[in-house]
Write a protein that binds this ligand. Structure first.
Ligand code: ZN
Length: 327
């Protein structure tokens, strides 16, 4: 399929080591990833070879969210957004767009930076790497918590989606992975951290207050199309005060306030289940480059057993609608 749009596609600047430190990734794999995070020629070659017209770029995880100093987070977010705009987007018209990094250590500054990125740099939303560190590496703020709600009001007014992207669990909450550190990241821990974070948003009542918000989840919704029906079923028997202030059944929000991408999950069975749960209007093609390969995911997507109407919607036209890419 030609003309695809992909939107979980990451970059890094030589000025800021956004991936942080971790010792569970194979160094030979990561060397190639780091090279590809910093450049765009190999990226464009792969896009051309796989029918991907446009990719929406974002700073890789944990990015700005992992900075414990608020002033530094505000400064780096601005610099990284300018880097995406200047180095990638302006040099390659029509091929790249941007998701903003936002310094949620200070939600008011995050709202201002999002507005600057959208109105001045032409970005199409923001990508948030899970919880934000506040002051130290074991203190987190999640996106459903009270200090962030004014930020969400701003997001709804700007009418742009927020991509909720994974990061590894807090250092103090990794006991279950001891001896199996390879599970902490994208293999497993990412998904659980992010689906639980998304559950917090769903249960908090955020979408009752701001019903027009759109959240994007990668990896086919971090398993929520499979797991959320049971959550909904079992919460009927839990004390009401123990599962937030949501007014409607959790699956309603997944269908109406979320878009789910195919990033990193080229599995037809899982895609079909996702389509059965949320419908083809709510699914978007993505790769998760350069951690994943366009050369692996695009051929799968181009031939997976869905209708050609759905392939066109998922591969391109849903994104055109969500990001207002057609005038
Ligand atoms: Zn990713």
């Amino acid at each position: 399929m030609k003309g695809k749009i992909a939107l979980e596609e990451h970059i890094e600047s030589p000025d800021f080591p956004a991936t942080g430190t971790h010792n569970f990734t194979d160094p030979s794999y990561f060397k190639d990833v780091e090279n590809r995070l910093h450049e765009y020629k190999l990226r464009l070659d792969d896009m051309d070879a796989t029918g991907i017209q446009t990719t929406i770029l974002s700073l890789t995880q944990p990015g700005v969210e992992g900075i414990t100093d608020t002033k530094k987070a505000i400064d780096i977010a601005r610099k990284m957004n300018d880097h995406i705009a200047d180095f990638f987007v302006k040099a390659n018209p029509g091929r790249f767009l941007g998701f903003a990094a936002v310094p949620l250590q200070d939600p008011d500054a995050a709202a201002k930076e999002l507005e600057r990125a959208v109105k001045e740099l032409g970005f199409v939303g923001a990508l948030v790497n899970g919880y934000t560190n506040i002051g130290d590496e074991n203190t987190a703020r999640y996106l459903d918590e009270t200090p962030v709600w004014d930020f969400w009001a701003h997001v709804q007014n700007l009418d742009v989606p927020i991509y909720l992207h994974p990061r590894i669990p807090l250092p103090s909450q990794q006991r279950i992975y001891e001896g199996y550190e390879g599970l902490l990241g994208s293999a497993w821990g990412f998904g659980f951290e992010t689906s639980t974070h998304a559950l917090r948003l769903i249960l908090s009542g955020l979408f009752d207050r701001y019903p027009k918000l759109n959240i994007i989840l990668g990896h086919l919704g971090e398993a929520l199309p499979f797991t959320l029906p049971r959550v909904e079923h079992r919460l009927r028997h839990q004390t009401k005060s123990t599962h937030g202030k949501h007014e409607r059944p959790p699956m309603d929000y997944l269908r109406e306030n979320f878009y789910l991408t195919t990033s990193g999950t080229f599995r037809s069975q899982a895609l079909l289940n996702t389509l059965l749960e949320v419908g083809s209007d709510r699914v978007l093609f993505s790769v998760d480059y350069p951690y994943e390969s366009m050369l692996e995911i695009a051929p799968w997507f181009d031939t997976c057993p869905i209708s050609e109407n759905d392939r066109l919607k998922i591969g391109r036209t849903n994104s055109e609608r969500l990001f207002k890419l057609k005038s």
